[in-house]
Design a protein around this ligand. Structure first.
Ligand code: PNS
Length: 162
């Protein structure tokens, strides 16, 4: 049984994330989508909200589990007996940081490999922060966010809870 972990902040999950999760779910027997802490980001959605949005967005994928942790990715993978991390790579600008994280994670957990899937061409420009800004300023985000969670995102914007 080959299991992979797809880690991220997922604030919120976008069509770009979902594309990577779906493709990983086609390659691996089981995929754990893990909401982890990114010290470089502040989030709109709580961990519970992000897990809830991910659970809705991946409900059509029977081999995908949604989880969260405040641990290091390297330690979380060891705890879950996972040896592969799957990450999406958009433009070249993602590469340096992702490359660094992959090397640090392997240093911390020598059994851990990181596999990069290139983001689908339709999603190269997508990021959670850009989607939030467009949504907040009244733009149409329906092409960027899985349709099952669009209502939740608009509700958050209406409540002004960010
Ligand atoms: O979606 P993001 O914000 O690009 O995902 C980054 C994330 C959450 C995967 C990364 O920050 C992470 O692995 N956080 C867990 C804590 C950790 O292991 N930090 C060391 C990274 S070298």
């Amino acid at each position: 049984m080959k299991t992979a972990v797809c880690p991220g902040s997922f604030d919120p999950v976008t069509m770009g994330h979902l594309d990577i999760i779906e493709r990983a779910a086609g390659i691996f027997d089981r995929v754990i989508v893990a909401v982890l802490h990114n010290a470089r980001k502040t989030t709109w959605f709580s961990v519970e909200e992000r897990m809830d949005l991910l659970t809705k967005a991946t409900s059509h994928l029977p081999n995908v589990e949604v989880d969260s942790s405040s641990m290091l990715l390297a330690d979380y993978a060891a705890k879950r007996n996972v040896m592969v991390v799957v990450k999406g790579l958009r433009a070249v600008s993602d590469f340096e940081h992702e490359f660094q994280m992959a090397l640090i994670n392997r240093k911390l957990n020598p059994t851990l490999d990181t596999v990069f899937l290139n983001s689908g061409e339709r999603f190269q420009y997508l990021s959670s922060s850009a989607v939030k800004e467009v949504g907040l300023l009244g733009g149409d985000i329906s092409d960027f966010i899985p349709s099952v969670i669009l209502g939740d995102i608009y509700a958050k914007i209406r409540k002004g809870e960010m």
